[in-house]
Design a protein around this ligand. Sequence first.
Ligand code: AMP
Ligand code: MG
Length: 484
Amino acid sequence: MGIGWNFDNSYARLPNDFYAEIELNPVRAPKLVKLNKSLAKDLGLDVEELQSDKAIAILAGNTAPEGSKPIAQAYAGHQFGHFTMLGDGRAVLLGEQITPKEERFDIQLKGSGRTPFSRGGDGRAALGPMLREYIISEAMHALGIPTTRSLAVVTTGESIIRETELPGAVLTRVASSHLRVGTFQYAANMGSFENLEVLAHYAIIRHYEFIPNSETRYLRLLEEVIKRQADLIAKWQLVGFIHGVMNTDNMTISGETIDYGPCAFMDTYDPKTVFSSIDRHGRYAYENQPVIGGWNLARFAESLIPLIHEDPEQGIELAQNEISKYMPLYEESYQEGMRSKLGLFNEEEQDKELINELLDLMHKHRADYTNTFRGLTIGDMTDTPLSNKEEFKNWLEKWQARLSRQEQTKDEVRQLMESWNPVVIPRNHRVEEALEAAVNGDYSVMEKLLKVLANPYDYTSELTKEYCSLPAPSNLPYRTFCGT
Ligand code: AMP
Ligand code: MG
């Protein structure tokens, strides 16, 4: 039996402005260090065969699998607010795997060497950041947050040069597509109406097939992308996920989270939290993510204007009208999620106030975001700095009174809270510890971490307990790096 590849290459059938065909850049000694067996099965791939030399050569970008047409995608993007021409500088799209359920997923190699879009870069990636993407993307998936996935990591047997010499690696990324806001910006920038329309049509077929074929279909596309992104970013906020580099090239049309570079989960609740070392002005801080989402979507809307209406002024007006719906949609999603985190099934006017009061207390007393909600869920706040605070006791009374005004039982409330408040998240010190061991050849720490992160809402598991604890106090703030 073969590996099970079943490729189509619909993206490569778009006009050739949208990509560059590429030659592969073989590496010296590929070795498989991590394979996502359950994802492999879902994709219709054979787990045993995927560990063969033949498959590893494919996952390293040394040989192309049958049916694949390796390309690098062209795109542009606003990086920290500045427009730039980009494109896959260190990634290769092998093609789209059609699964046994007839679903379509991009199979992309990240860190696979130079492409025509590499600019000054070497096209390569280091092992640590590729494992980091693997861990966090799979944790996000288990949390129920739309995301690209990770199928495998192979080491290359080659070093890459950054500030120091690092072991090289290639990640196999799986995505419902790699269409980005930046892909549309690129198309709009080309100035070809035909190309823009081909791309928008393609995005609809791929992700929004339910949109009927009418004159308003591209406005509908904008509306649907806005809905998915509003919901996605609300989900990030609700678990304390900080993306770290929300450039428009890192925002998908599908509504999946993409590009796990400097991302990290917030520990101590502080709306201003920034982890990324390059985000000096806090553009992508936790509290800014919803607004930046709207800013990026406005860039998407701009690129669609020629398709929305033949009269640009009317096009702008229609697009602005859609954009104005984003914040209310985000708020609705976020508030509903927050009410669920507090076990509230219905909505009362003062709920927002109740939620904000709790967040203010968490901020003031430097409470851990995840553990506070976990404490409220299990009814035990002893591990949190809030437990002995008078103002928190007042808040608890208000919350209890609020809970008693709804008809649901205690069990039902607990169930709802358990399904919205993860026990475990990829805590920064745990991720770092796993990466450090792995880069030194010991993958057991990461394997154990991945096992725990696969069931983030399991309140019964003994295994999760040790993963709730906070790191030893440090004078230095946690910092993340792009890993490029
Ligand atoms: P990112 O910050 O990961 O979204 O990357 C931004 C852009 O830089 C993308 O076009 C990447 O393909 C490109 N890039 C990142 N790292 C490298 C590298 N080592 N070599 C070439 N291009 C890179
Ligand atoms: Mg990117």
